[in-house]
Design a protein around this ligand. Structure first.
Ligand SMILES: Cc1cc2nc3c(=O)[nH]c(=O)nc-3n(C[C@H](O)[C@H](O)[C@H](O)COP(=O)(O)OP(=O)(O)OC[C@H]3O[C@@H](n4cnc5c(N)ncnc54)[C@H](O)[C@@H]3O)c2cc1C
Length: 259
């Protein structure tokens, strides 16, 4: 039977793992290869299709004209998760994704077992949501470091601001480069669990910078982001166009109904 006019019109883009290395004890970098145009289009934010490690024969969905994912009927062995392309190099046909090995969930399990030759697919891509400003606040945990690294790398050289980066401890700090006027401040959870109040407390302790040439970008555990967003909208008085604050993961819950 032919699909209806608005149904699946294209297959997803499949990428193959070429290398895997641990950037820190909890972050695994997976390098994938694909045609230059696939790599160029695959980011910075990705809707990633991750095969379940216990399913030997994943069946990929297709993507409809309106961007909807059209799943095959029955079990398909694929989970849909959001990730960030930490690096896209279309000329080399290469893309890096940094996975937090948080120990649970289809994507973290896939990354823990990833080896050259394994495959992933990309259903769609989106921007990071950041906007240029004279003063930037960047706040996130390990899951947001890929996005924050890209925002820092493209920020103008005169940009000032602060990046608050919540990680487990000093062993999880990464080398990030950005404008000299943006301070990198690492927050160590130590014995606290991921999704602690550390990041929200750090934002709550910040005085509001002067002026309106401000932008705040926040990515972390969803409840933390809600608190930070309320603080930035309330105490800082940021308008909608001055911030982008979204939950990157949810404590105790899988991120996507499709997974
Ligand atoms: C736009 C966007 C970009 C993102 N980019 C990245 C990225 O580049 N790298 C990255 O690692 N993550 C990134 N994330 C976060 C990632 O999508 C989530 O962590 C996701 O839940 C992982 O899927 P999973 O299948 O491993 O676990 P799920 O099936 O979603 O969750 C299983 C369990 O693990 C817990 N869990 C999920 N994530 C974490 C965590 N980080 N720490 C502790 N517990 C956790 C959940 O609470 C749940 O109990 C991004 C999220 C968004 C929205």
């Amino acid at each position: 039977m032919n699909p209806p006019e608005d149904a699946a019109v294209r297959p997803v883009d499949v990428l193959t793992v070429t290398a895997v290395r641990d950037v820190t004890p909890a972050v695994r970098r997976v390098t994938l290869t694909a045609a230059a145009e696939v790599v160029a289009a695959a980011g910075p934010t990705l809707s990633l299709l991750v095969p379940r490690v216990d399913d030997p024969a994943p069946r990929w969905p297709q993507v409809a004209r309106d961007g909807r994912i059209v799943w095959p009927q029955g079990s398909h062995g694929v989970a849909l998760r959001s990730y960030t392309a930490r690096r896209q190099d279309p000329d080399a046909g290469e893309l890096d994704i940094d996975f937090v090995l948080h120990g649970d969930g289809p994507a973290a399990s896939w990354a823990a077992a990833a080896a050259p030759g394994a495959v992933l697919a990309v259903a769609s891509a989106a921007p990071l949501g950041a906007a240029p400003a004279g003063w930037l606040l960047l706040a996130g945990d390990e899951t947001a470091i890929p996005a924050i690294s890209r925002i820092l790398a493209t920020a103008g050289p005169q940009t000032r601001g602060l990046a608050l980066l919540e990680v487990a401890g000093p062993e999880e700090e990464q080398d990030l480069s950005g404008p000299p006027g943006v301070e990198l401040r690492w927050l160590h959870r130590a014995d606290a669990a991921p999704g602690s109040s550390l990041l929200a407390d750090a934002v709550a302790a910040l005085p509001r910078p002067d002026g309106e040439d401000l932008f705040a970008w926040v990515g972390a555990e969803s409840a933390t982001v809600r608190v930070v967003r309320a603080d930035l909208r309330g105490r800082w008085g940021l308008r909608r166009h001055q911030h982008h604050a979204i939950g990157y993961w949810r404590q105790g819950r899988a991120m996507s109904p499709a997974g």
